[in-house]
Design a protein around this ligand. Sequence first.
Ligand code: NDP
Length: 285
Amino acid sequence: MAVILDGKQIAEKIRQEIKTETQKVIADNNKKPGLAVVIVGEDPASSIYVRNKEKAANEVGFFSVVERLEDTVTQEELLQVVKRLNQNDEIHGILVQLPLPKHIDEKEIINAIDYRKDVDGFHPLNAGALMVGDKGLVSCTPKGCIRLIKETGIEISGKKAVVVGRSNIVGKPVALLLLQESATVTICHSRTKDLAAELAAADIVVAAVGVPNLVKGAMIKEGAVVIDVGINRLEDGKLCGDVEFEEASKKAGYITPVPGGVGPLTIAMLLQNTLEAYKMAEIKL
Ligand code: NDP
Protein backbone atom coordinates (compact mmCIF):
# COMPACT_ATOMS: atom_id res chain seq x y z
CA MET A 1 0.00 0.00 0.00
CA ALA A 2 1.18 3.49 -0.86
CA VAL A 3 2.32 6.01 1.71
CA ILE A 4 -0.19 8.89 1.70
CA LEU A 5 1.51 12.25 1.15
CA ASP A 6 -0.35 14.37 3.69
CA GLY A 7 -0.45 17.79 2.03
CA LYS A 8 -2.09 19.43 5.02
CA GLN A 9 0.66 18.36 7.40
CA ILE A 10 3.48 19.26 5.00
CA ALA A 11 1.90 22.65 4.25
CA GLU A 12 1.53 23.34 7.96
CA LYS A 13 5.25 22.72 8.48
CA ILE A 14 6.09 25.11 5.62
CA ARG A 15 3.73 27.76 6.97
CA GLN A 16 5.40 27.58 10.38
CA GLU A 17 8.79 28.08 8.72
CA ILE A 18 7.40 31.08 6.80
CA LYS A 19 5.91 32.52 9.98
CA THR A 20 9.27 32.34 11.76
CA GLU A 21 11.08 33.91 8.82
CA THR A 22 8.42 36.60 8.51
CA GLN A 23 8.92 37.64 12.14
CA LYS A 24 12.62 37.95 11.45
CA VAL A 25 12.31 40.03 8.26
CA ILE A 26 9.75 42.33 9.90
CA ALA A 27 12.14 42.87 12.83
CA ASP A 28 15.01 43.60 10.44
CA ASN A 29 13.15 45.84 7.96
CA ASN A 30 10.32 47.26 10.01
CA LYS A 31 7.87 46.37 7.25
CA LYS A 32 5.48 43.48 6.70
CA PRO A 33 5.37 41.40 3.52
CA GLY A 34 2.13 42.47 1.79
CA LEU A 35 -0.18 40.33 -0.33
CA ALA A 36 -3.10 41.68 -2.37
CA VAL A 37 -5.71 39.33 -3.79
CA VAL A 38 -8.13 40.66 -6.40
CA ILE A 39 -11.42 38.85 -6.88
CA VAL A 40 -14.05 39.72 -9.45
CA GLY A 41 -17.62 38.48 -8.94
CA GLU A 42 -19.06 35.92 -6.55
CA ASP A 43 -17.99 32.53 -7.90
CA PRO A 44 -18.37 30.24 -4.84
CA ALA A 45 -15.18 28.18 -5.43
CA SER A 46 -13.11 31.33 -6.06
CA SER A 47 -14.54 32.98 -2.95
CA ILE A 48 -13.45 30.01 -0.81
CA TYR A 49 -9.96 30.01 -2.35
CA VAL A 50 -9.60 33.75 -1.73
CA ARG A 51 -10.79 33.48 1.88
CA ASN A 52 -8.28 30.68 2.49
CA LYS A 53 -5.46 32.72 0.96
CA GLU A 54 -6.34 35.78 3.05
CA LYS A 55 -6.53 33.70 6.23
CA ALA A 56 -3.20 31.99 5.50
CA ALA A 57 -1.50 35.35 4.80
CA ASN A 58 -2.77 36.81 8.08
CA GLU A 59 -1.71 33.73 10.05
CA VAL A 60 1.93 34.02 8.99
CA GLY A 61 1.95 37.74 9.83
CA PHE A 62 1.65 39.30 6.38
CA PHE A 63 -0.20 42.51 5.61
CA SER A 64 -3.09 41.29 3.49
CA VAL A 65 -5.73 43.04 1.42
CA VAL A 66 -8.55 41.65 -0.69
CA GLU A 67 -9.97 43.84 -3.46
CA ARG A 68 -13.51 42.61 -4.13
CA LEU A 69 -14.93 43.90 -7.40
CA GLU A 70 -18.37 43.52 -8.99
CA ASP A 71 -18.55 41.23 -12.02
CA THR A 72 -19.63 44.27 -14.03
CA VAL A 73 -16.17 45.83 -13.60
CA THR A 74 -14.68 47.03 -16.90
CA GLN A 75 -11.32 46.05 -18.32
CA GLU A 76 -10.06 49.59 -17.75
CA GLU A 77 -11.23 49.68 -14.11
CA LEU A 78 -9.57 46.34 -13.38
CA LEU A 79 -6.35 47.52 -15.06
CA GLN A 80 -6.41 50.60 -12.84
CA VAL A 81 -6.71 48.41 -9.71
CA VAL A 82 -3.68 46.37 -10.83
CA LYS A 83 -1.69 49.51 -11.62
CA ARG A 84 -2.53 50.99 -8.22
CA LEU A 85 -1.32 47.80 -6.50
CA ASN A 86 1.83 47.80 -8.65
CA GLN A 87 2.67 51.23 -7.28
CA ASN A 88 1.79 50.44 -3.66
CA ASP A 89 5.02 49.94 -1.66
CA GLU A 90 3.16 48.04 1.06
CA ILE A 91 2.22 45.33 -1.45
CA HIS A 92 4.85 42.79 -2.57
CA GLY A 93 2.59 40.16 -4.09
CA ILE A 94 -0.46 40.56 -6.33
CA LEU A 95 -2.75 37.71 -7.24
CA VAL A 96 -5.76 38.11 -9.51
CA GLN A 97 -8.05 35.16 -8.84
CA LEU A 98 -8.95 33.31 -12.04
CA PRO A 99 -11.19 32.72 -13.89
CA LEU A 100 -12.25 36.29 -14.72
CA PRO A 101 -15.64 37.10 -16.29
CA LYS A 102 -15.90 36.50 -20.04
CA HIS A 103 -15.86 40.21 -20.97
CA ILE A 104 -12.42 40.66 -19.36
CA ASP A 105 -9.23 39.99 -21.33
CA GLU A 106 -7.42 37.80 -18.79
CA LYS A 107 -4.07 37.93 -20.57
CA GLU A 108 -3.98 41.72 -20.59
CA ILE A 109 -4.69 41.81 -16.85
CA ILE A 110 -1.96 39.28 -16.01
CA ASN A 111 0.53 41.06 -18.26
CA ALA A 112 -0.26 44.31 -16.41
CA ILE A 113 0.91 42.91 -13.06
CA ASP A 114 4.46 44.00 -12.21
CA TYR A 115 6.36 40.71 -12.79
CA ARG A 116 8.26 41.26 -9.54
CA LYS A 117 4.92 41.09 -7.69
CA ASP A 118 3.46 38.26 -9.79
CA VAL A 119 3.25 35.67 -7.00
CA ASP A 120 1.11 33.38 -9.19
CA GLY A 121 4.01 33.15 -11.65
CA PHE A 122 1.69 33.59 -14.66
CA HIS A 123 3.34 36.70 -16.15
CA PRO A 124 5.17 35.87 -19.42
CA LEU A 125 8.46 37.13 -17.90
CA ASN A 126 8.18 34.61 -15.06
CA ALA A 127 6.97 31.82 -17.36
CA GLY A 128 9.90 32.66 -19.66
CA ALA A 129 12.38 32.67 -16.76
CA LEU A 130 11.24 29.15 -15.89
CA MET A 131 11.67 28.10 -19.52
CA VAL A 132 15.30 29.29 -19.72
CA GLY A 133 16.17 28.39 -16.13
CA ASP A 134 16.51 31.97 -14.81
CA LYS A 135 15.47 33.12 -11.35
CA GLY A 136 11.82 34.16 -11.22
CA LEU A 137 8.55 33.57 -9.42
CA VAL A 138 7.35 30.02 -10.11
CA SER A 139 3.62 29.30 -10.12
CA CYS A 140 2.33 27.89 -6.88
CA THR A 141 0.68 24.58 -7.78
CA PRO A 142 3.60 23.26 -9.89
CA LYS A 143 6.04 24.37 -7.20
CA GLY A 144 3.91 22.56 -4.61
CA CYS A 145 3.96 19.37 -6.71
CA ILE A 146 7.77 19.35 -6.74
CA ARG A 147 7.88 20.01 -3.01
CA LEU A 148 5.59 17.03 -2.41
CA ILE A 149 7.76 14.76 -4.58
CA LYS A 150 10.86 15.93 -2.66
CA GLU A 151 9.14 15.12 0.64
CA THR A 152 9.32 11.42 -0.33
CA GLY A 153 13.12 11.62 -0.26
CA ILE A 154 13.20 10.00 -3.69
CA GLU A 155 15.79 11.42 -6.09
CA ILE A 156 14.05 13.00 -9.13
CA SER A 157 17.19 13.07 -11.29
CA GLY A 158 17.20 10.31 -13.91
CA LYS A 159 13.62 9.21 -13.16
CA LYS A 160 10.94 8.90 -15.82
CA ALA A 161 8.17 11.41 -15.14
CA VAL A 162 4.84 11.58 -16.94
CA VAL A 163 2.72 14.73 -16.66
CA VAL A 164 -0.89 14.35 -17.77
CA GLY A 165 -2.20 17.78 -18.85
CA ARG A 166 -0.48 20.65 -20.68
CA SER A 167 -2.13 23.80 -19.33
CA ASN A 168 -0.06 26.94 -18.86
CA ILE A 169 -0.91 27.02 -15.16
CA VAL A 170 -0.11 23.43 -14.17
CA GLY A 171 0.93 20.89 -16.81
CA LYS A 172 3.60 22.85 -18.68
CA PRO A 173 5.30 24.49 -15.68
CA VAL A 174 5.35 21.25 -13.68
CA ALA A 175 6.95 19.49 -16.69
CA LEU A 176 9.61 22.23 -16.90
CA LEU A 177 10.33 21.98 -13.18
CA LEU A 178 10.73 18.20 -13.44
CA LEU A 179 13.08 18.74 -16.39
CA GLN A 180 15.05 21.23 -14.28
CA GLU A 181 15.39 18.46 -11.69
CA SER A 182 16.79 16.23 -14.48
CA ALA A 183 13.86 13.85 -14.86
CA THR A 184 13.08 12.43 -18.30
CA VAL A 185 9.73 14.05 -18.93
CA THR A 186 6.78 13.06 -21.10
CA ILE A 187 3.73 15.34 -21.38
CA CYS A 188 0.40 13.69 -22.19
CA HIS A 189 -2.81 15.48 -23.25
CA SER A 190 -6.16 14.88 -24.88
CA ARG A 191 -4.57 13.76 -28.16
CA THR A 192 -2.21 11.26 -26.53
CA LYS A 193 -2.89 7.92 -28.25
CA ASP A 194 -2.16 5.47 -25.43
CA LEU A 195 -2.06 6.98 -21.95
CA ALA A 196 -1.67 3.57 -20.29
CA ALA A 197 1.45 2.81 -22.35
CA GLU A 198 3.00 6.17 -21.40
CA LEU A 199 2.24 5.69 -17.70
CA ALA A 200 3.45 2.09 -17.56
CA ALA A 201 7.10 3.15 -17.20
CA ALA A 202 6.50 6.31 -15.11
CA ASP A 203 8.38 6.53 -11.79
CA ILE A 204 6.64 9.87 -11.18
CA VAL A 205 3.10 10.74 -12.31
CA VAL A 206 1.57 14.21 -12.10
CA ALA A 207 -2.09 14.28 -13.15
CA ALA A 208 -3.54 17.73 -13.91
CA VAL A 209 -6.51 17.11 -16.14
CA GLY A 210 -9.85 17.83 -14.49
CA VAL A 211 -11.43 14.47 -15.40
CA PRO A 212 -12.47 12.35 -12.41
CA ASN A 213 -10.56 9.06 -12.12
CA LEU A 214 -9.01 9.32 -15.59
CA VAL A 215 -5.78 7.69 -14.41
CA LYS A 216 -6.65 4.12 -13.47
CA GLY A 217 -4.89 2.17 -10.76
CA ALA A 218 -3.92 -0.45 -13.33
CA MET A 219 -1.94 2.17 -15.28
CA ILE A 220 0.37 2.96 -12.35
CA LYS A 221 3.84 1.40 -12.18
CA GLU A 222 4.64 -0.48 -8.99
CA GLY A 223 6.20 1.93 -6.46
CA ALA A 224 5.56 5.14 -8.45
CA VAL A 225 5.12 8.58 -6.87
CA VAL A 226 1.64 9.80 -7.83
CA ILE A 227 0.72 13.48 -7.51
CA ASP A 228 -2.95 14.20 -8.17
CA VAL A 229 -3.62 17.88 -8.93
CA GLY A 230 -7.20 17.41 -10.12
CA ILE A 231 -10.09 18.81 -8.13
CA ASN A 232 -13.38 17.46 -9.44
CA ARG A 233 -16.79 17.74 -7.82
CA LEU A 234 -18.93 14.64 -8.27
CA GLU A 235 -22.73 14.67 -8.50
CA ASP A 236 -23.03 13.65 -4.83
CA GLY A 237 -21.03 16.78 -3.92
CA LYS A 238 -17.86 14.88 -2.99
CA LEU A 239 -14.45 15.96 -4.28
CA CYS A 240 -12.20 13.61 -6.17
CA GLY A 241 -8.99 13.83 -8.14
CA ASP A 242 -7.92 12.72 -11.60
CA VAL A 243 -6.50 9.45 -10.25
CA GLU A 244 -8.50 6.42 -9.19
CA PHE A 245 -7.26 6.72 -5.61
CA GLU A 246 -8.13 3.34 -4.02
CA GLU A 247 -6.78 1.22 -6.85
CA ALA A 248 -3.73 3.42 -7.47
CA SER A 249 -2.85 3.25 -3.75
CA LYS A 250 -2.39 -0.49 -4.07
CA LYS A 251 0.41 -0.02 -6.61
CA ALA A 252 1.97 3.38 -5.95
CA GLY A 253 4.81 3.94 -3.50
CA TYR A 254 3.49 7.40 -2.56
CA ILE A 255 0.22 9.10 -3.45
CA THR A 256 -1.52 12.41 -2.69
CA PRO A 257 -5.18 12.40 -1.58
CA VAL A 258 -7.86 14.78 -2.90
CA PRO A 259 -8.68 16.87 -0.98
CA GLY A 260 -5.69 17.37 1.34
CA GLY A 261 -2.87 16.76 -1.12
CA VAL A 262 -1.74 19.40 -3.60
CA GLY A 263 -4.33 22.05 -2.59
CA PRO A 264 -2.76 23.02 0.78
CA LEU A 265 0.70 23.14 -0.85
CA THR A 266 -0.57 25.65 -3.41
CA ILE A 267 -1.42 28.11 -0.64
CA ALA A 268 1.87 27.46 1.20
CA MET A 269 3.79 28.18 -2.02
CA LEU A 270 1.83 31.42 -2.49
CA LEU A 271 3.07 32.55 0.93
CA GLN A 272 6.59 31.47 0.02
CA ASN A 273 6.45 33.43 -3.25
CA THR A 274 5.19 36.53 -1.43
CA LEU A 275 8.07 36.31 1.02
CA GLU A 276 10.47 35.85 -1.91
CA ALA A 277 9.02 38.90 -3.71
CA TYR A 278 9.35 40.88 -0.46
CA LYS A 279 12.98 39.90 -0.07
CA MET A 280 13.71 40.87 -3.69
CA ALA A 281 12.05 44.28 -3.18
CA GLU A 282 13.16 45.14 0.36
CA ILE A 283 16.44 43.30 0.86
CA LYS A 284 17.38 43.26 -2.86
CA LEU A 285 18.13 39.54 -2.80
P1 NDP B 1 -7.11 22.67 -18.06
O1 NDP B 1 -8.52 22.33 -18.40
O2 NDP B 1 -6.56 23.99 -18.41
O3 NDP B 1 -6.17 21.57 -18.73
C1 NDP B 1 -6.49 20.21 -18.71
C2 NDP B 1 -5.46 19.41 -19.50
O4 NDP B 1 -5.84 18.04 -19.46
C3 NDP B 1 -5.36 19.81 -20.97
O5 NDP B 1 -4.02 19.94 -21.34
C4 NDP B 1 -6.04 18.66 -21.70
O6 NDP B 1 -5.49 18.38 -22.96
C5 NDP B 1 -5.78 17.51 -20.78
N1 NDP B 1 -6.78 16.45 -20.97
C6 NDP B 1 -8.11 16.57 -21.03
N2 NDP B 1 -8.70 15.39 -21.21
C7 NDP B 1 -7.69 14.47 -21.28
C8 NDP B 1 -7.64 13.07 -21.47
N3 NDP B 1 -8.76 12.35 -21.65
N4 NDP B 1 -6.44 12.47 -21.48
C9 NDP B 1 -5.30 13.17 -21.30
N5 NDP B 1 -5.29 14.53 -21.10
C10 NDP B 1 -6.47 15.15 -21.10
O7 NDP B 1 -6.96 22.35 -16.51
P2 NDP B 1 -5.92 22.91 -15.41
O8 NDP B 1 -4.54 22.50 -15.78
O9 NDP B 1 -6.21 24.32 -15.13
O10 NDP B 1 -6.39 22.08 -14.14
C11 NDP B 1 -6.36 20.66 -14.12
C12 NDP B 1 -7.01 20.18 -12.84
O11 NDP B 1 -6.26 20.61 -11.73
C13 NDP B 1 -8.44 20.69 -12.60
O12 NDP B 1 -9.18 19.67 -11.97
C14 NDP B 1 -8.24 21.84 -11.65
O13 NDP B 1 -9.38 22.07 -10.84
C15 NDP B 1 -7.09 21.34 -10.84
N6 NDP B 1 -6.28 22.40 -10.22
C16 NDP B 1 -5.94 22.25 -8.91
C17 NDP B 1 -5.16 23.17 -8.26
C18 NDP B 1 -4.78 22.93 -6.84
O14 NDP B 1 -4.35 23.84 -6.17
N7 NDP B 1 -4.88 21.71 -6.34
C19 NDP B 1 -4.70 24.37 -8.95
C20 NDP B 1 -5.01 24.41 -10.36
C21 NDP B 1 -5.80 23.45 -10.95
P3 NDP B 1 -5.56 19.39 -24.23
O15 NDP B 1 -4.53 20.44 -23.96
O16 NDP B 1 -5.22 18.51 -25.38
O17 NDP B 1 -6.95 19.92 -24.25
